[in-house]
Design a binder for this molecule. Sequence first.
Ligand SMILES: [Zn+2]
Length: 168
Amino acid sequence: MTGDFQFSWELSGSGWATCRIADRSSEHKSIVSYCTDALADLVDGVTGLYGPTSTQRFSFDLEPAEDRWVLRGRGSDVDIAIRRFPDMSTCFDAPDEEGALSWSSTQPRGALGHAVVEAAQGVLRQHGEEGYLAKWVRYPFPVAALQELRRLHLRDDDCPLEHDLSLP
Ligand SMILES: [Zn+2]
């Protein structure tokens, strides 16, 4: 299931993370700034797919561009669309359609949930909470948000893959 879908989040330097998402046919990569609590927004957005609101939106600040993720739950699948706007500070309330579609894919919710949990855990494993804060500066690692997403993923997705339960 995750053979086709890949997601990674790496702290690439002080105040920057490299976010990469790919399916069998294409990949999207962006350099995300610490101006927002980006990893928490991502985790919360995916967590929202387990609740009653089927559409989730969050944006990454690429300084100055905005990458807006629009996640639409459809049964057990999620339509993922990433739209690029030229300027985060002026475009944040622009309609989705005004942003150029940079990448889109439809994936099982379980694959997305699993990949995001794995990626966030990998960041925590590598840097620890202190190391994360030292690099991301403005926001701490979203421990509680990650726990909640993992709880829902394990409860609702019937995921056959392995999970690292040693991390918070
Ligand atoms: Zn899983």
